[in-house]
Design a binder for this molecule. Structure first.
Ligand code: PLP
Length: 401
């Protein structure tokens, strides 16, 4: 099998699995006061410290969550609600049009409760329009509770100018506006230093970097007011209730440390494979387009994540394409959400100016720890014919209306 869907989830690192199994076989709720509980608490706090240390944060800034969606919701909804409670005039939640649905749905939920959702446009390369963001913040800083701009896009792999976002929000809004970044696709793949970033909050997710699914974290400065979103017994600074899964936290610590330690070597290994794959597809498949920041300005992975190849094949039925690839032993992704079995046009490509038809005909190939040159060769051998068959299926579907 050739697995090219690492951005969806990536294999669990053996040492993370080992740490998980070892800890899962032990007893103790970290909130209990007896010795089993105290032992579990000590393991949890060590894991928290290791995660913090690997990412330039302090232990007290690590709020463990069930994953990326939960961390995003806590950051965006939690910060916006807290800001509004302190100052009812702070109603605006500002984000980019290409965010993950966890952030987009959060700002829409805030709008449903009387807030204002502002989606800042992106350019044709999917990168946020900083001038538009600056115009928005300059005019409305006093009415803004939270700004959330992702570190890297999950579909195109476009890396967003987070440092510039922080700088301009601080310049116009000081520290009163919370700045969050969804770094779920970035952590472990490009350098991320929470302390140096100047962000108030940053989301990450374990199963994107070698931990099992079901664990993630929100890094949040201690001074950031957050209204709790998951209510209950008050764990995790009182903003994320629920018994913390110590075994998963341990696995997350092992995986984050490993991903950060091997980041540069993996980047140096993957970028040439990524570029060979992209160049091969463009040469072999008529009409294929590569999405996201491309060309010299994108540098050696600086503009795009090292493992992302996001392609448009105009006229192709992407469900048929995935089916043909799967039959050939290649796991890939539609690059756009699938709702009730129907592939939706990619909101990321629509925001970048594509029409609905093209925004449906997309394929995301994401490379990772298991990817080799043989995988790239295999995809290049199969893809031209697979796209041709998917285009035939697309013509049949178009005729049927
Ligand atoms: N944010 C981004 C950018 C993602 O790519 C994902 C997962 O695909 C998420 C958030 C959600 O993460 P999780 O699956 O851990 O909830």
């Amino acid at each position: 099998m050739t697995y090219l869907d690492h951005a969806a989830t990536t294999p669990v690192l053996p040492s993370a699995l080992e740490a998980f199994v070892r800890e899962a076989s032990r007893l103790g709720n970290p909130s209990s006061l007896h010795s089993d509980g105290r032992r579990a608490r000590a393991v949890l706090e060590t894991s928290r410290e290791r995660i913090a240390h690997a990412l330039g944060a302090e232990s007290a800034e690590v709020i463990l969550t069930a994953g990326g969606c939960e961390a995003d919701t806590l950051a965006v909804v939690g910060a916006a609600r807290a800001a509004r409670r302190a100052d009812p005039g702070r109603t605006r939640a500002v984000t980019s049009a290409v965010e993950h649905h966890a952030v987009l749905e959060s700002v829409h939920a805030l709008a449903d409760e009387g807030g204002e959702a502002v989606l800042v446009p992106v350019g044709a390369d999917g990168v946020i329009d900083l001038a538009a963001l600056e115009a928005e913040i300059a005019e409305h800083a006093a009415r803004t509770g939270v700004v959330s701009v992702m570190w890297a896009n999950n579909e195109t792999g476009a890396i967003q100018p987070v440092a510039e976002v922080v700088e301009l929000v601080r310049r116009h809004g000081g520290n009163a506006v919370a700045v969050h970044s969804d770094a779920v696709q970035a952590v472990g793949h490009v350098p991320v230093d929470f302390g140096a970033s100047g962000l108030d909050a940053l989301s990450l997710s374990g199963h994107k970097l070698g931990a099992p699914a079901g664990i993630g974290a929100l890094l949040a400065q201690r001074t950031l007011p957050l209204a709790p979103v998951v209510l209950g017994s008050g764990q995790e600074r009182g903003v994320r209730s629920g018994t913390v899964p110590v075994a998963l936290a341990t696995a997350l610590a092992v995986a984050v440390e490993h991903a950060v330690a091997t980041l540069e070597a993996e980047r140096a290994r993957l970028v040439p494979l990524r570029d060979e794959l992209a160049a091969g597809v463009l040469a072999l498949v008529p009409g294929a387009r590569l999405n996201g920041p491309v060309g010299p300005a994108a540098g050696d992975g600086g503009g795009r994540l090292p493992g992302h190849v996001h392609l448009t094949f105009p006229g192709a039925d992407v469900d048929a394409l995935l089916f043909v690839l799967d039959a050939a032993g290649i796991s890939a992704s539609a690059g756009a959400a699938c709702v009730a079995g129907v592939t939706q046009p990619s909101h990321v490509l629509l925001a970048a100016g594509d029409d609905e038809r093209d925004a449906r005909s997309v394929l995301r190939l994401t490379l990772g720890s298991t990817t080799t040159a043989d995988d790239v060769a295999r995809v290049l051998a199969v893809l031209p014919d697979a796209v041709e068959r998917a285009r035939s299926a697309g013509r049949v579907a178009a005729r049927r209306g």
